[in-house]
Design a protein around this ligand. Sequence first.
Ligand code: ADE
Ligand code: ZN
Length: 346
Amino acid sequence: MTNDFDAIPRERLPELLRRMPKAELHLHIEGSLEPELIFALSARNRVALAYPSVEALRAAYAFTDLQSFLDIYYAGASVLLKPQDFEDMAMAYFAKAAAENVRHAELFFDPQTHTDRGVPFGTVIDGLTRAVQRARDELGVSAALIMCFLRHLSEEAAFATLEQALPYRDRIVGVGLDSGERGNPPEKFARVFARCRELGLHLVAHAGEEGPPAYIAAALDVLKVERIDHGVRCVEDPALVQRLVREQVPLTVCPLSNVKLCVFGTLAQHNLKALLDAGLKATVNSDDPAYFGGYVNQNYLETFEAVPALTARDAYVLARNSFEASFAGEADKRRWIAELDAVFAG
Ligand code: ADE
Ligand code: ZN
Protein backbone atom coordinates (compact mmCIF):
# COMPACT_ATOMS: atom_id res chain seq x y z
CA MET A 1 0.00 0.00 0.00
CA THR A 2 1.71 3.18 -1.17
CA ASN A 3 -1.09 5.49 -0.20
CA ASP A 4 -0.40 9.05 0.86
CA PHE A 5 -2.65 9.01 3.90
CA ASP A 6 -1.38 12.37 5.06
CA ALA A 7 -2.89 13.99 1.96
CA ILE A 8 -6.40 12.93 3.01
CA PRO A 9 -8.15 15.89 4.68
CA ARG A 10 -9.94 15.30 8.00
CA GLU A 11 -13.22 16.44 6.46
CA ARG A 12 -13.21 13.30 4.32
CA LEU A 13 -12.89 10.99 7.32
CA PRO A 14 -16.60 10.46 8.13
CA GLU A 15 -17.33 9.43 4.57
CA LEU A 16 -14.30 7.12 4.45
CA LEU A 17 -15.14 5.55 7.81
CA ARG A 18 -18.64 4.75 6.60
CA ARG A 19 -17.61 3.55 3.15
CA MET A 20 -14.53 1.48 4.02
CA PRO A 21 -15.10 -2.27 4.07
CA LYS A 22 -14.61 -3.70 7.56
CA ALA A 23 -15.05 -6.78 9.72
CA GLU A 24 -16.82 -6.83 13.07
CA LEU A 25 -15.22 -9.24 15.54
CA HIS A 26 -16.82 -8.32 18.87
CA LEU A 27 -20.59 -8.32 18.67
CA HIS A 28 -22.89 -10.10 21.10
CA ILE A 29 -25.91 -10.95 19.00
CA GLU A 30 -28.18 -10.72 22.07
CA GLY A 31 -26.80 -7.21 22.50
CA SER A 32 -28.18 -6.22 19.10
CA LEU A 33 -31.75 -6.78 20.30
CA GLU A 34 -33.36 -3.35 19.97
CA PRO A 35 -36.15 -2.38 22.42
CA GLU A 36 -38.71 -2.38 19.58
CA LEU A 37 -37.85 -6.00 18.73
CA ILE A 38 -37.84 -6.97 22.42
CA PHE A 39 -41.42 -5.67 22.67
CA ALA A 40 -42.49 -7.31 19.39
CA LEU A 41 -41.10 -10.68 20.55
CA SER A 42 -42.60 -10.26 24.01
CA ALA A 43 -46.04 -9.91 22.36
CA ARG A 44 -45.42 -12.73 19.85
CA ASN A 45 -44.27 -15.14 22.57
CA ARG A 46 -46.46 -13.82 25.41
CA VAL A 47 -43.46 -13.17 27.65
CA ALA A 48 -44.08 -10.45 30.24
CA LEU A 49 -41.54 -7.65 30.55
CA ALA A 50 -40.73 -5.58 33.63
CA TYR A 51 -41.04 -2.36 31.58
CA PRO A 52 -44.35 -0.87 30.35
CA SER A 53 -43.03 0.57 27.06
CA VAL A 54 -40.13 0.81 24.59
CA GLU A 55 -39.39 4.27 25.98
CA ALA A 56 -39.32 3.03 29.59
CA LEU A 57 -36.98 0.21 28.64
CA ARG A 58 -34.65 2.53 26.74
CA ALA A 59 -34.69 4.95 29.68
CA ALA A 60 -33.31 2.15 31.86
CA TYR A 61 -30.14 2.00 29.71
CA ALA A 62 -28.09 4.10 32.13
CA PHE A 63 -25.32 1.84 33.31
CA THR A 64 -22.78 2.33 36.07
CA ASP A 65 -20.64 -0.73 35.34
CA LEU A 66 -20.62 -4.05 33.47
CA GLN A 67 -22.91 -5.84 35.96
CA SER A 68 -25.59 -3.13 35.84
CA PHE A 69 -25.69 -3.64 32.06
CA LEU A 70 -25.65 -7.45 32.21
CA ASP A 71 -28.72 -7.52 34.48
CA ILE A 72 -30.84 -5.71 31.88
CA TYR A 73 -29.21 -7.51 28.93
CA TYR A 74 -30.12 -10.95 30.30
CA ALA A 75 -33.68 -9.72 31.01
CA GLY A 76 -34.00 -8.48 27.39
CA ALA A 77 -32.95 -11.89 26.05
CA SER A 78 -35.84 -13.57 27.91
CA VAL A 79 -38.20 -12.93 24.96
CA LEU A 80 -36.20 -15.26 22.68
CA LEU A 81 -37.90 -18.67 22.56
CA LYS A 82 -38.13 -20.06 19.00
CA PRO A 83 -35.64 -20.51 16.15
CA GLN A 84 -37.47 -17.74 14.27
CA ASP A 85 -36.79 -15.30 17.13
CA PHE A 86 -33.05 -15.92 16.93
CA GLU A 87 -33.15 -15.67 13.14
CA ASP A 88 -35.10 -12.39 13.22
CA MET A 89 -32.70 -10.91 15.79
CA ALA A 90 -29.63 -11.84 13.76
CA MET A 91 -31.15 -10.73 10.43
CA ALA A 92 -31.90 -7.30 11.92
CA TYR A 93 -28.21 -7.06 12.84
CA PHE A 94 -27.01 -8.30 9.44
CA ALA A 95 -29.17 -5.74 7.59
CA LYS A 96 -27.50 -2.96 9.58
CA ALA A 97 -24.05 -4.51 9.14
CA ALA A 98 -24.50 -4.74 5.36
CA ALA A 99 -25.56 -1.07 5.22
CA GLU A 100 -22.39 -0.16 7.15
CA ASN A 101 -20.08 -2.03 4.74
CA VAL A 102 -19.33 -4.85 7.15
CA ARG A 103 -18.04 -7.62 4.89
CA HIS A 104 -17.51 -10.19 7.64
CA ALA A 105 -18.98 -10.53 11.14
CA GLU A 106 -18.07 -12.98 13.90
CA LEU A 107 -21.06 -13.13 16.23
CA PHE A 108 -20.87 -14.06 19.89
CA PHE A 109 -23.84 -15.88 21.32
CA ASP A 110 -24.50 -16.92 24.91
CA PRO A 111 -26.21 -20.35 24.86
CA GLN A 112 -26.43 -20.57 28.66
CA THR A 113 -28.62 -17.44 28.77
CA HIS A 114 -31.17 -19.47 26.80
CA THR A 115 -30.65 -23.08 27.87
CA ASP A 116 -30.95 -22.04 31.53
CA ARG A 117 -34.48 -20.77 30.66
CA GLY A 118 -35.40 -24.10 29.08
CA VAL A 119 -34.72 -23.10 25.44
CA PRO A 120 -32.93 -26.03 23.77
CA PHE A 121 -29.42 -25.45 22.40
CA GLY A 122 -30.66 -26.65 18.99
CA THR A 123 -33.29 -23.89 18.89
CA VAL A 124 -30.64 -21.22 19.40
CA ILE A 125 -28.14 -22.60 16.91
CA ASP A 126 -30.75 -23.43 14.25
CA GLY A 127 -32.10 -19.87 14.23
CA LEU A 128 -28.65 -18.30 14.18
CA THR A 129 -27.33 -20.68 11.51
CA ARG A 130 -30.25 -19.87 9.24
CA ALA A 131 -29.51 -16.16 9.63
CA VAL A 132 -25.80 -16.71 8.87
CA GLN A 133 -26.75 -18.49 5.63
CA ARG A 134 -29.26 -15.77 4.69
CA ALA A 135 -26.71 -13.02 5.44
CA ARG A 136 -24.38 -14.59 2.90
CA ASP A 137 -27.05 -15.34 0.27
CA GLU A 138 -29.23 -12.24 0.57
CA LEU A 139 -26.84 -9.55 1.78
CA GLY A 140 -23.37 -10.71 0.72
CA VAL A 141 -22.17 -10.57 4.34
CA SER A 142 -19.85 -13.37 5.45
CA ALA A 143 -20.51 -14.50 9.03
CA ALA A 144 -19.44 -17.01 11.65
CA LEU A 145 -20.60 -17.94 15.16
CA ILE A 146 -18.52 -17.88 18.35
CA MET A 147 -20.10 -19.61 21.34
CA CYS A 148 -19.36 -17.85 24.64
CA PHE A 149 -19.25 -19.41 28.08
CA LEU A 150 -20.66 -17.25 30.87
CA ARG A 151 -17.79 -16.75 33.29
CA HIS A 152 -20.00 -16.05 36.32
CA LEU A 153 -21.17 -19.67 36.04
CA SER A 154 -19.03 -22.74 36.80
CA GLU A 155 -16.59 -24.53 34.53
CA GLU A 156 -18.79 -27.60 34.96
CA ALA A 157 -21.68 -25.64 33.40
CA ALA A 158 -19.36 -24.61 30.54
CA PHE A 159 -18.48 -28.27 29.94
CA ALA A 160 -22.20 -29.16 29.86
CA THR A 161 -22.73 -26.42 27.25
CA LEU A 162 -19.83 -27.70 25.17
CA GLU A 163 -21.38 -31.17 25.29
CA GLN A 164 -24.66 -29.76 23.92
CA ALA A 165 -22.74 -27.94 21.18
CA LEU A 166 -20.83 -30.99 19.93
CA PRO A 167 -23.52 -32.21 17.47
CA TYR A 168 -23.31 -28.72 15.90
CA ARG A 169 -19.50 -28.45 15.99
CA ASP A 170 -19.27 -27.53 12.29
CA ARG A 171 -21.54 -24.50 12.76
CA ILE A 172 -19.25 -22.85 15.33
CA VAL A 173 -15.92 -21.25 14.42
CA GLY A 174 -14.73 -20.77 17.99
CA VAL A 175 -15.48 -20.21 21.66
CA GLY A 176 -15.23 -17.12 23.86
CA LEU A 177 -15.60 -16.10 27.49
CA ASP A 178 -17.91 -13.27 28.56
CA SER A 179 -20.15 -11.91 31.37
CA GLY A 180 -18.90 -10.46 34.68
CA GLU A 181 -15.10 -10.32 34.60
CA ARG A 182 -14.29 -9.26 38.16
CA GLY A 183 -13.66 -12.27 40.39
CA ASN A 184 -13.95 -14.69 37.45
CA PRO A 185 -10.37 -15.07 36.16
CA PRO A 186 -9.51 -17.02 33.00
CA GLU A 187 -7.92 -19.80 35.10
CA LYS A 188 -11.43 -20.86 36.15
CA PHE A 189 -11.97 -22.14 32.57
CA ALA A 190 -8.54 -23.68 31.88
CA ARG A 191 -9.79 -27.24 31.32
CA VAL A 192 -12.78 -26.44 29.14
CA PHE A 193 -10.67 -24.19 26.90
CA ALA A 194 -8.04 -26.94 26.63
CA ARG A 195 -10.79 -29.29 25.44
CA CYS A 196 -12.06 -26.73 22.92
CA ARG A 197 -8.51 -26.36 21.63
CA GLU A 198 -8.31 -30.12 21.09
CA LEU A 199 -11.53 -29.86 19.12
CA GLY A 200 -9.86 -27.38 16.77
CA LEU A 201 -12.02 -24.44 17.78
CA HIS A 202 -10.65 -20.91 17.64
CA LEU A 203 -10.28 -19.35 21.09
CA VAL A 204 -10.96 -15.79 22.31
CA ALA A 205 -11.80 -14.29 25.70
CA HIS A 206 -12.94 -11.02 27.21
CA ALA A 207 -10.11 -9.72 29.38
CA GLY A 208 -8.90 -6.36 30.60
CA GLU A 209 -12.26 -4.63 30.22
CA GLU A 210 -12.98 -4.26 33.93
CA GLY A 211 -10.53 -6.93 35.01
CA PRO A 212 -6.81 -6.31 35.58
CA PRO A 213 -3.98 -6.77 33.05
CA ALA A 214 -3.16 -10.09 34.76
CA TYR A 215 -6.39 -11.48 33.26
CA ILE A 216 -5.08 -10.66 29.77
CA ALA A 217 -1.85 -12.52 30.45
CA ALA A 218 -3.79 -15.48 31.90
CA ALA A 219 -6.12 -15.57 28.88
CA LEU A 220 -3.03 -15.90 26.66
CA ASP A 221 -0.96 -18.24 28.85
CA VAL A 222 -3.63 -20.44 30.40
CA LEU A 223 -6.52 -20.37 27.92
CA LYS A 224 -4.22 -19.91 24.89
CA VAL A 225 -6.59 -17.48 23.19
CA GLU A 226 -5.83 -15.98 19.78
CA ARG A 227 -7.53 -12.62 20.39
CA ILE A 228 -8.35 -10.55 23.45
CA ASP A 229 -11.81 -8.97 23.62
CA HIS A 230 -11.46 -5.39 24.91
CA GLY A 231 -7.96 -5.56 26.46
CA VAL A 232 -7.87 -1.79 26.96
CA ARG A 233 -6.44 -2.12 30.49
CA CYS A 234 -3.24 -3.67 29.06
CA VAL A 235 -1.70 -0.18 29.15
CA GLU A 236 -1.39 -0.50 32.95
CA ASP A 237 1.37 -3.07 32.39
CA PRO A 238 4.11 -1.90 29.97
CA ALA A 239 5.71 -5.36 29.77
CA LEU A 240 2.35 -6.82 28.77
CA VAL A 241 1.94 -4.14 26.09
CA GLN A 242 5.37 -5.06 24.71
CA ARG A 243 4.37 -8.69 24.56
CA LEU A 244 1.01 -7.96 22.87
CA VAL A 245 2.85 -5.85 20.28
CA ARG A 246 5.56 -8.47 19.74
CA GLU A 247 3.01 -11.26 19.30
CA GLN A 248 0.58 -8.98 17.41
CA VAL A 249 -2.32 -10.23 19.53
CA PRO A 250 -5.49 -8.61 18.19
CA LEU A 251 -7.56 -6.54 20.62
CA THR A 252 -11.26 -6.14 19.80
CA VAL A 253 -11.86 -2.68 21.22
CA CYS A 254 -15.39 -1.31 21.72
CA PRO A 255 -15.22 2.45 22.39
CA LEU A 256 -18.92 3.28 22.91
CA SER A 257 -19.30 0.27 25.19
CA ASN A 258 -16.31 1.39 27.26
CA VAL A 259 -17.86 4.80 27.85
CA LYS A 260 -21.37 3.45 28.56
CA LEU A 261 -19.93 0.98 31.11
CA CYS A 262 -17.72 3.68 32.65
CA VAL A 263 -14.38 2.08 31.72
CA PHE A 264 -13.51 5.56 30.37
CA GLY A 265 -15.22 8.79 31.45
CA THR A 266 -15.62 10.12 27.90
CA LEU A 267 -14.73 9.09 24.35
CA ALA A 268 -12.13 11.87 24.28
CA GLN A 269 -10.36 10.00 27.12
CA HIS A 270 -10.44 6.64 25.30
CA ASN A 271 -7.01 5.09 24.70
CA LEU A 272 -7.61 3.77 21.15
CA LYS A 273 -5.04 6.21 19.69
CA ALA A 274 -2.47 5.23 22.33
CA LEU A 275 -3.05 1.53 21.57
CA LEU A 276 -2.46 2.11 17.84
CA ASP A 277 0.59 4.31 18.42
CA ALA A 278 2.08 1.61 20.66
CA GLY A 279 1.83 -0.80 17.70
CA LEU A 280 -0.98 -2.91 19.13
CA LYS A 281 -3.27 -4.70 16.68
CA ALA A 282 -6.48 -2.91 17.69
CA THR A 283 -9.85 -3.18 15.96
CA VAL A 284 -13.10 -1.23 16.43
CA ASN A 285 -16.34 -3.03 17.27
CA SER A 286 -19.78 -2.38 18.74
CA ASP A 287 -20.09 -5.04 21.51
CA ASP A 288 -23.82 -4.59 22.32
CA PRO A 289 -24.98 -1.91 19.86
CA ALA A 290 -28.65 -1.83 20.91
CA TYR A 291 -27.59 -0.94 24.45
CA PHE A 292 -24.54 1.27 23.89
CA GLY A 293 -25.81 3.86 21.42
CA GLY A 294 -24.51 2.70 18.08
CA TYR A 295 -23.43 0.09 15.59
CA VAL A 296 -19.89 -0.26 14.29
CA ASN A 297 -19.85 2.84 12.07
CA GLN A 298 -21.11 4.97 14.95
CA ASN A 299 -18.20 3.64 17.02
CA TYR A 300 -15.72 4.72 14.33
CA LEU A 301 -17.41 8.08 13.68
CA GLU A 302 -17.85 9.18 17.28
CA THR A 303 -14.37 8.06 18.32
CA PHE A 304 -12.64 9.80 15.39
CA GLU A 305 -14.68 12.92 16.13
CA ALA A 306 -13.83 12.89 19.85
CA VAL A 307 -10.13 12.09 19.35
CA PRO A 308 -8.72 14.54 16.78
CA ALA A 309 -5.33 12.78 16.82
CA LEU A 310 -6.88 9.80 14.98
CA THR A 311 -5.95 9.99 11.28
CA ALA A 312 -6.91 8.51 7.93
CA ARG A 313 -3.97 6.14 8.33
CA ASP A 314 -5.45 4.97 11.66
CA ALA A 315 -8.80 4.36 9.94
CA TYR A 316 -7.10 2.25 7.28
CA VAL A 317 -5.06 0.31 9.85
CA LEU A 318 -8.12 -0.40 12.00
CA ALA A 319 -10.11 -1.76 9.05
CA ARG A 320 -7.14 -3.77 7.79
CA ASN A 321 -6.56 -5.17 11.29
CA SER A 322 -10.21 -6.22 11.45
CA PHE A 323 -9.76 -8.46 8.41
CA GLU A 324 -6.33 -9.76 9.38
CA ALA A 325 -7.52 -10.62 12.90
CA SER A 326 -10.62 -12.44 11.67
CA PHE A 327 -11.04 -16.19 11.35
CA ALA A 328 -12.02 -15.88 7.68
CA GLY A 329 -10.12 -17.65 4.91
CA GLU A 330 -6.98 -16.11 3.44
CA ALA A 331 -8.50 -15.57 -0.02
CA ASP A 332 -11.45 -13.66 1.47
CA LYS A 333 -9.09 -11.56 3.58
CA ARG A 334 -7.00 -10.66 0.54
CA ARG A 335 -10.11 -9.68 -1.46
CA TRP A 336 -11.50 -7.46 1.30
CA ILE A 337 -8.14 -5.78 1.90
CA ALA A 338 -7.80 -5.07 -1.84
CA GLU A 339 -11.23 -3.47 -1.68
CA LEU A 340 -10.12 -1.43 1.34
CA ASP A 341 -6.99 -0.29 -0.51
CA ALA A 342 -9.15 0.87 -3.42
CA VAL A 343 -11.36 2.99 -1.13
CA PHE A 344 -8.33 4.77 0.31
CA ALA A 345 -6.67 5.16 -3.10
CA GLY A 346 -9.75 6.72 -4.71
N1 ADE B 1 -21.80 -9.82 27.47
C1 ADE B 1 -22.33 -8.96 26.60
N2 ADE B 1 -21.56 -7.86 26.52
C2 ADE B 1 -20.51 -8.04 27.35
C3 ADE B 1 -19.36 -7.28 27.72
N3 ADE B 1 -19.14 -6.08 27.20
N4 ADE B 1 -18.51 -7.80 28.60
C4 ADE B 1 -18.74 -9.00 29.13
N5 ADE B 1 -19.79 -9.75 28.83
C5 ADE B 1 -20.67 -9.29 27.94
ZN1 ZN C 1 -18.26 -8.04 24.77
